[in-house]
Design a protein around this ligand. Sequence first.
Ligand code: GLA
Length: 395
Amino acid sequence: MYNHLCASDARTRHLAGQAVESLQSLCGRAPDVVARAPGRLEMLGGHTDYNEGFVAAIAIEQATVVAAARREDAIVRARTDREGGQAEFDLRRLDAGPWGAWWDYVAAVAGELQREGCAPPGADIAIASDVPVGGGVASSAALEVACAIALSTLAGCTVEPEALALLCQRAENDFVGMRCGILDQFACVFGRPDRVMWLDCRTRERRLVEMGAAGLRFVVCDTRKPRELVDSAYNERRQQCERAAGCLGVAALRDVDLRMLEERAHLLDETLLHRARHIVSENERVQAGVAALEAGDVEALGELMNASHVSARDDYEVSCAELEAMRNAALAAPGCHGARLVGAGFGGCVMALVDASTVDEFAAQTAEEYEQETGLTPEIFATRAGDGAGRVRVR
Ligand code: GLA
């Protein structure tokens, strides 16, 4: 059993209703458990997590809801409301995967629970979600965490929140082969309404910082550019950071500040120097960003977000033409204080910090400009810091 119970707001009720209905048509049964896990936005702290650095992130209101019913055998049948339909796999034969498909995340989590001595029974699972898929807002973590809560509940085990987040990260690292850090799963589990989670990814110390400035919205601008080869480019960046840390004689880039980097720059080749400079400067921006947030200094926060994007684009090289077009459109639209790419990059979403009073105009103008520039139809929506993952009471 996972203790946190999500508030039963309209969006959660709607998604839960969809998942329960879909489960009914899958197996003719009501769920034994319903679990919800949100996507996330990292306000600052791109790619710092696997460098043992800092992040400042929110859980968003958009979430993935999983309704699950126990089966008497060892089969998992899972159905999503998204593209990709239905899947079936045997819990005794997880070594047959990964399959390169969305249900890898379900199987990954089931396998990791088995290893932890919390083997789930077979289950019918229906998934409903309004988190953009593959858009850099942690749709994978949302699916993993929702499934981990549902399956551990069916197994009758108690999993503490931090253990659950780490278990999902291991599942993604080992089964799916994406060497992600802990940002997504921690924001998904520990995010809270109107709070920004500051996290030290080395010590896992975290703090929930109140959004000092009222009247702001985070606007997610999805380029709808399909992300290709993200996992391999991501893993390559991670390796480069590890090499840079090795050359600099430190355990992780977390241990480097800008002065040290300048002094030891000769130890790195051009590429590694750029990669390291992004991480080192980004860590500093996270700390400055939290201070700006606490002081309610929106302009400073927006500037830090802009600097974060430029560094991710020029030093870390994880942007692309569509992200640039989206960000330029966003910066020119009314009420925008700053905008940056989110998540791994290489496509996906830009997040913008926008005055609540101009969100509609902002969205309309950004969408129009982006479409004119790229010929792609974007999806743009406003969100706020929402609740972290938990069970949903449906009856
Ligand atoms: C992906 C990973 C995270 C993090 C971000 C970049 O979302 O899953 O661990 O590294 O990219 O900040």
